[in-house]
Write a protein that binds this ligand. Structure first.
Ligand code: SF4
Length: 252
């Protein structure tokens, strides 16, 4: 993926950023993508099939436990990126299938979008697509290594190139750091940024990881920031196009 600090701007800075957006986008775009013309629409089903087969068969990381897990929705306008699947996600074959997912889908339910609607219309990826394994001697999952994140980057780049999403939702610090520096959750959650991953402009609205291990999401600051982030998501044109029938509930 492109250098994050060069491609992400807070929404408030958009007008200044727009003057040099074309130059930056071209600079940030990977060399391979700069050389190639966009795939014609008729070629995309084949490209998607090839990508999903490569992802399913990928065994590049020796320490992870495949198969990969992805919530593939080719053509989606919204691209959500989590951290990594856990054992339950592998068993059930879908991202955010357990307790963290319940919390996250509860957030989106407040925007009038239930889990089934979300899964059928939003592409759900992860920083790495395979289960990293348990922490040795502990019950928690191992954090993906830098090398694994770097290795799996090729799959994220392919997805971003094929999708060209209008809205990216990175969930958790590791996912946020794929797109921008994250000095703290307070600094980024509740704000909207303009980015150009793979050279294609989009908005980025970070969310914290919904894991029960995260104390921040239970703090008053965390709850306020999550409400602000959800308000931004619900008001985003890509969200409204994706879920035209959604009727937001009052956020507590
Ligand atoms: S984590 Fe990503 S790069 Fe590594 S084996 Fe799984 S799909 Fe391949």
């Amino acid at each position: 993926m492109p250098k994050r600090s060069a491609s992400i701007r807070p929404a408030a800075a958009r007008s200044a950023a727009a003057r040099s957006a074309a130059t930056r986008s071209a600079r940030a775009r990977p060399a391979a993508a700069r050389k190639a013309s966009p795939a014609p629409a008729s070629a995309r089903p084949v490209a998607w099939r090839e990508h999903l087969e490569r992802l399913r068969d990928c065994r590049l990381c020796p320490q992870v436990q495949p198969p990969s897990v992805v919530g593939a929705v080719p053509g989606a306008s919204i691209y959500l990126v989590g951290q990594a699947p856990g054992p339950r996600e592998v068993k059930l074959g879908r991202p955010f299938a357990w307790t963290a997912g319940r919390t996250m889908f509860g957030w989106f339910a407040s925007l009038g979008v239930d889990e089934a609607m979300f899964r059928s219309r939003v592409y759900m990826a992860a920083v790495i697509s395979c289960f990293p394994g348990r922490l040795p001697g502990k019950t928690g999952d191992r954090r993906p290594s830098r090398q694994e994140v770097e290795t799996c980057r090729v799959h994220r780049e392919t997805e971003l190139e094929l999708l060209r999403p209008a809205l990216v939702l990175p969930v958790g610090r590791m996912a946020i750091e794929l797109f921008m520096p994250c000095p703290s959750l307070e600094a980024v959650v509740g704000r909207q940024f303009r980015g150009a991953p793979n050279g294609h402009a989009c908005d980025v609205i970070p969310l914290p990881h919904p894991s029960g291990l995260s104390r921040w999401i239970q703090t008053p600051q965390g709850k306020t920031s999550i409400r602000q982030a959800l308000a931004l998501i619900g008001a985003h044109p890509a969200w409204q196009r994706t879920f035209p029938e959604a009727e937001p509930a009052a956020l507590d």
